[in-house]
Design a protein around this ligand. Structure first.
Ligand code: AR6
Length: 184
């Protein structure tokens, strides 16, 4: 049985096996939660990202995919880097990219599970710089976490959210979907 938790806080401080980074395709850092992870985790994470870019991810990490590195100085063991889609505004392009938002969540959870992580913490992927409406991000995140099979996500999935507004969106999405969540 999977446990889904919501918390207001700073993802970089989480004592879980894996945290998910809302990165960009370059994997070479940025602002938002990505910047916070690299600042708090130290240079070892960036070194591993550079090595990935020099090898299997020469063209960058495609949107919707996920890849793991170590977590440097962070309390977590691994960082799972994913790339969410940029919000294009309402219309057919948003409908198309919605699948990438699902994929970013699904692949992040699957990579964490594949590492053997018992717990994973995620931010609100695409809901900051990338501008995706937070209600939709919340609904996607909760739905994917609740629907993932036993091997497709760790037993504990915790969403660590940066404001009351985002936390409220996740709470409301869980209620709408009838998914039990614990606020911790
Ligand atoms: N802990 C938890 N959540 C955080 C933290 C933190 N320390 N810092 C920010 N957030 P964003 P995106 C929230 O912009 O929209 C970067 O430059 C933030 O308030 O980090 O996927 C990357 O390099 C928001 O709710 O990610 C990419 O270029 C959520 O995390 C681009 O931004 C996601 O906001 C990715 O944009």
């Amino acid at each position: 049985m999977r446990r889904i938790e919501l918390r207001l806080g700073d993802l970089t401080a989480e004592h879980v096996d894996a945290i998910v980074n809302a990165a960009n395709s370059s994997l070479l850092g940025g602002g938002g939660v990505d910047g916070a992870i690299h600042r708090a985790g130290g240079p070892a994470i960036l070194e591993e990202c550079r090595a990935l870019r020099a090898g299997e991810l020469r063209d960058g990490l495609p949107t919707g995919e996920a890849v793991a590195t170590g977590a440097g100085l962070l309390p977590a063991r691994w960082v799972v880097h994913t790339v969410g889609p940029v919000w294009p505004g309402p219309g057919p392009e948003a409908d198309r990219r919605r699948a990438l938002l699902v994929a970013a969540h699904r692949h992040s959870l699957a990579v964490a599970a594949g590492l053997g992580a018992a717990s994973v913490a995620l931010p609100a992927i695409s809901a900051g710089t990338y501008g995706w409406p937070v209600d939709e991000v919340a609904e996607t995140a909760i739905a994917v976490a609740a629907a993932a099979g036993a091997d497709a996500a760790p037993p504990l999935v915790r969403f660590v959210l940066s404001s009351e507004r985002v936390l409220g969106a996740y709470r409301a999405a869980a209620e709408r979907l009838g998914v039990a969540v614990e606020e911790v």
